[in-house]
Design a protein. Structure first.
Length: 302
């Protein structure tokens, strides 16, 4: 069943409230997925300082991060996830982690993004992630009811497999095994058996080839069979798409100060100015995409 919430802030005055607002949204969809929860936060400079890259990893308890040999390394543990930040590029930090800590699973990386994934009740995990105190311009969260793979931190959402990129999914991809084989043949390496990771790696592959979120998600509609509502975020974007039948719930609300998406309206009910928001259900196979400076739906200015 799973629950998705996401918040894209247009008004910088709301940035200090991102985490509090996102936690309130998350707690309204916990019944949709009590197995686990994950969160992604964009723009919190206490978690990823200016001039640093951050990498979120899953590692065995007691891992010695000193073997990375990186100057000014910041290490923050949050349940199953550890966030590493250092004044190097994201690629350099990921490469250092993979070389020195082969047992680590990288679950997020970028210069603006921190990702947290873990098994447990979503309300408790929100506290573990210190979500209420998060700041920034964009965030998303997911509660999971597992149907396609085991309940493990690796199988939790969001899936962040490209720099500053995330995907969360409610539904099931029927042909994920076929597309997984194609991506593996093209050199992609997977960290879980979750069908949603296939979608994330497909989108990341298209973005790496220079396509934008709108085009990448149109291709998802062409290639993937099954039932899905997807929320995908990038370094400057926020996008939603549903399958042709649109049986998985989704609702979008917009004001001049923010754009929000959730699996249920009650997750939006406490957002500031919700009474004046434009509220609508996204149409099947239509991509809704917004950027930090321009707002687009189906490629047109809003």
């Amino acid at each position: 069943m799973c629950g998705i919430v996401g918040l894209h802030l247009r008004d910088p005055e709301l940035y200090p409230q991102l985490g509090r607002l996102l936690e309130t949204m998350l707690c309204q969809v916990v019944e949709r997925g009590p197995d686990s929860a994950g969160v992604a936060v964009y723009g919190d400079r206490r978690r990823c300082p200016e001039g640093h890259a951050a990498v979120s990893v899953l590692v065995p308890a007691g891992t010695d991060f000193g073997v990375l040999g990186l100057p000014e390394l910041l290490v923050t543990e949050a349940g199953d996830t550890t966030v590493l930040a250092a004044p190097v590029s994201p690629d350099a930090l990921v490469a250092a982690v993979r070389a020195a800590l082969p047992q680590a699973t990288v679950v997020g990386s970028g210069t603006d993004l921190t990702v947290y994934k873990g098994v447990g009740h979503p309300r408790e995990l929100a506290g573990v992630y210190d979500l209420a105190n998060a700041q920034g311009w964009q965030g998303l969260a997911h509660t999971r009811m597992a149907t396609e793979s085991a309940v493990t931190p690796e199988g939790c959402h969001p899936f962040s497999v490209g720099p500053d990129q995330c995907l969360v999914h409610n539904g099931s991809f029927a042909n994920h095994a076929t597309i997984r084989r194609e991506l593996i043949a093209a050199g992609h390496v997977f960290d879980s058996e979750n069908d949603s990771e296939v979608g994330a790696r497909f989108v990341a592959d298209r973005l790496a080839q220079g396509e934008d979120l709108d085009k990448a998600l149109r291709l998802v509609c062409e290639r993937f069979d099954g039932f899905y509502t997807l929320l995908v975020t990038s370094a400057d974007g926020f996008a939603v798409v549903r399958d042709a039948i649109a049986c998985k719930p989704a609702i979008i609300a917009e004001t001049d100060r923010w754009v929000a998406m959730a699996s249920e309206f009650r997750a939006l009910a406490d957002l500031p100015g919700i009474s004046d928001a434009r509220i609508y259900e996204p149409e099947p196979e239509r991509v809704y995409a917004w950027r930090r400076t321009t707002i687009r739906s189906e490629g047109a200015s809003a």
